[in-house]
Design a protein around this ligand. Sequence first.
Ligand code: GLN
Length: 284
Amino acid sequence: MSSLEGLRTVAESLAWARAEIGAVDARVLLCHVTGWNAAALIARGDRPLSGPLAVRYEALVARRHQGEPVAYLIGEREFYDRLFRVTPAVLIPRPETELLVELALQQRGGFRQPRILDLGTGSGILAITLALEWPESNVCAVDYSRDALWVAMANAARLGASVSFIESDWFGALSADRFDLIVANPPYVALDDLHLQSGDVRFEPPGALASGQDGLDAISQIVAAAPPYLEEGGWLLIEHGYDQAAAVRSRLVDAGFVGVESWQDLAGIERVSGGRRMHHEPLA
Ligand code: GLN
């Protein structure tokens, strides 16, 4: 890494950072530090970057170089066209999770004032997006991490979403509530998955990523526990790993769900599975 002898221009700073961390991250971090947009960085390329800004920029570039995710460095990530605050207490929103939003919103015709539950809300992206996109809904979000709930509550306040937040390990702290729609993006990576040992995920909360030897612990628990919390005809929709769709469907069927199905994300990977709760009267 370099020193600060002689101030670099904006363009020189960018060129230096590009070689360290790549063009996209170099630009995003410099926009963050300066408060300028990408066009302004170009237009102001031959201005010197002031000392304090250069120091902050070099520090962020060094942290990115060590692998820290850009979203944590700048404290935000976009999801479904809105900016959400993120900290290392929460999983960084991923584009494939927008599928879960789309599928939930497809139910808009079927329920008038649905009660929606988001299990393991993290930064709150699912609960908040659904509350804003489906204003007639009544959304409740739970997480077992109090630090995550602070982030989610701050996001709801910033974005003007009305969501009730509850500290709860899955359904643990919920009373005898029933919902029309339960959504979850639980941890689903296998504990020994090498994917957890490289790249940005190393900085994310392990409890939001990994779940048992096959990654299916949390999903199995949620599917088995969900039926009493669903209204008749209510949906459970769960995000899962690229190779888990069949396993999740079979758990849903075992738990008595009907209309069990999986849906593909934009990459063509079966990413969400779900089903509806149908109440069968016990035979007399
Ligand atoms: N899709 C994420 C990953 O592979 C995992 C997210 C999750 O466990 N919910 O990094």
